[in-house]
Design a protein around this ligand. Structure first.
Ligand code: PLP
Length: 354
């Protein structure tokens, strides 16, 4: 596969690390590739970052055929830039594509695309503590017709944004609200894939939580509204009475790469991790009798995020005095240590870019 590169004539000024937020500033270039049923994937190209042209009847605008990924490039202490488990994102993207009848991309091609793009944009990877270059691969259906069916045309793109440290002053525990009315996903639906539609459907509960001072929503299963699923854009884990537990992947939960990495780090450190159903009653009891020792969310953006307060049906519970727990801290230190190249990567998860 050949990737044409058309470099920008006017590179932008790179922002000060202290001004970086999340996904507000974009790099000089973007990757674009087109798909048609007749030609397959074609015209792989890196072009100056800019607006894209869409037909007003384009499938994505009407029927939401869109999937995405999120991963980061990290600046190591020795100056080199590296990715974290990129093949996991590539495989998950293809699993998402299959679910939405979008075209898959050959794994080796997808890795070459990512590598070529990051290599070109690597100077945009900031070096201040906690900062990184966020990469957003995405794909959408692009037929110029209002008929409802699997698409014949699609576009795959990657954009990149230098992002600031998730935690400005030390690790701040987050406040989470358990959502009892709206549901995010059901088994057989799209909960296990990263698609824009899942987010559109979760905005209402997110808004409600935010208005009440909570940063994210903890979803319950869509059928019985009984089992803990995940937080807005993070998976969840708990330490209850010494047992580390996380909701099992039932089909309505996003299989997070950070979740998977946390489980592997914990097992490697000698902990037992049980992936099982966790009911909201069980959690409520543990909160009431003080056996919920730690709770944390895990996802690419924050890596590991301690949960300091949970609210369920108007009742508020503080966890571990609103402080980060020992296991949460160990996970944070290990994962960020590997990602920023501060500790040895004995798992083989990092992928340096030349
Ligand atoms: C992306 C995402 C996660 C976290 O996945 P990571 O691969 O760890 O970043 C969790 N839940 C949802 C709904 C997500 O979209």
């Amino acid at each position: 596969m050949e990737i044409k590169i058309n470099k920008t004539a006017c590179p932008k000024e790179k922002p000060e690390a202290s001004t970086l937020g999340f996904g507000k500033v974009f790099t000089d270039h973007m990757f674009v590739m087109d798909y048609s049923r007749e030609e397959g994937w074609h015209d792989a190209r890196i072009v100056p970052f800019g607006r894209i042209d869409l037909h007003p009847a384009s499938t994505v605008l009407h029927y939401g055929s869109e999937i995405f990924e999120g991963l980061k490039a990290y600046r190591r202490a020795d100056g080199k830039v590296q990715l974290f488990r990129p093949m996991e994102n590539i495989r998950r993207m293809n699993s998402s594509a299959e679910r939405l009848c979008l075209p898959t991309i050959d794994e080796a091609d997808a890795l070459k695309i990512l590598e070529t793009f990051v290599s070109l944009e690597q100077d945009w990877t900031p070096s201040a503590p906690g900062t990184s270059l966020y990469l957003r691969p995405f794909m959408f259906g692009n037929d110029e017709s209002l008929g409802v069916h699997a698409v014949n045309n699609a576009t795959y793109m990657i954009i990149a944004s230098p992002v600031g440290s998730y935690y400005k002053e030390g690790i701040n525990p987050v406040k989470i609200m358990i959502e009892a009315d709206d549901v995010r996903a059901v088994k057989g639906g799209t909960g296990y894939v990263k698609c824009g539609g899942n987010y559109a459907a979760s905005n209402r509960a997110g808004e409600k939580a935010e208005k009440q001072g909570y940063s994210q929503v903890l979803w319950l299963d869509g059928v019985e509204r009984k089992y803990i699923e995940e937080v807005g854009a993070m998976n969840v884990m708990f330490k209850i009475n010494g047992e580390i537990v996380t909701p099992m992947l039932t089909g309505s939960i996003l299989p997070g790469i950070t979740r998977k990495s946390c489980i592997e780090v914990l097992k490697n450190a000698g902990y037992t991790v049980n992936e099982r159903l966790i009911s909201v009653e069980e959690l409520g009891e543990a909160l009431q009798n003080g056996t919920l020792e730690e709770a944390w969310g895990c996802g690419t953006a924050a890596v590991v995020s301690p949960i300091g307060e949970l609210c369920y049906k108007g009742e508020k519970f503080v966890i571990n005095n609103g402080e980060i727990g020992k296991v949460t801290q160990m996970l944070y230190d290990t994962l960020t240590g590997i990602q920023w190249g501060k500790i040895e990567d004995s798992f083989g998860w990092t992928y340096p870019i030349d």
